[in-house]
Design a protein around this ligand. Structure first.
Ligand SMILES: O=c1ccn([C@H]2C[C@H](O)[C@@H](COP(=O)(O)OP(=O)(O)OP(=O)(O)O)O2)c(=O)[nH]1
Length: 165
């Protein structure tokens, strides 16, 4: 996964959205945190990893991946807001994990993201990215799948701006 490219694409998309909607980037940090938390909830819902009361299986892998990369758009945006210029992938790979561990990953991300509202620290942004990549691996996604799906959704997001979304 070429994160430098993804960060550049994210920067371009965000600048475009700012222009189209006549917004200033400074106004958006907290909204982006909430948008990320909402995406995280949508992702958790698609995985159904916490639905101990239900026998219904998780959504198709691709639907889960689509929710995951929506979240990645906001993680990258938050990192850019924090002034992060370079991100690196975790040094160790994480195996696909069971629902108990996935639940812990989700809760860890909620807690960490909530703190980012008050503590706008570069290290916290770096950790957010790392935690989110680890969640993606724990859900069974490869870096190649994540990049491919990100590129597709980024294009959709541009197309939506073209059509006055
Ligand atoms: O400044 C921004 C704002 C949004 N996005 C992207 C992230 C995500 O990929 C998409 C928003 O999520 P989604 O596609 O779920 O949009 P929605 O408006 O919530 O869609 P729907 O009404 O279909 O749920 O826009 C950015 O990249 N930068």
């Amino acid at each position: 996964m070429n994160i430098k490219m993804l960060m550049n694409m994210q920067r371009n998309l965000n600048e475009r959205i700012l222009r189209e909607h006549n917004l200033k980037n400074e106004e958006l940090y907290k909204k982006r945190l909430l948008a990320f938390l909402v995406e995280l909830g949508e992702l958790a819902n698609e995985t159904r990893s916490f639905k101990y009361w239900s026998m219904k299986p998780a959504s198709e892998e691709n639907e889960i991946l689509e929710e995951y990369v929506d979240g990645l758009h906001f993680v990258l945006s938050i990192c850019l807001d924090l002034g992060i210029e370079a991100l690196t992938l975790p040094t160790e790979r994480t195996e696909k994990e069971d629902n108990d561990i996935i639940t812990d990953h989700f809760l860890g991300l909620y807690e960490h993201t909530s703190k980012l509202a008050e503590h706008r620290l570069i290290e916290s942004g770096l950790l957010l990215f790392e935690k989110y990549i680890i969640l993606g691996e724990a859900l069974g996604f490869t870096y190649e799948q994540i990049e491919e799906s990100y590129l597709k959704k980024n294009e959709v997001n541009h197309a939506r701006q073209d059509s006055g979304y």
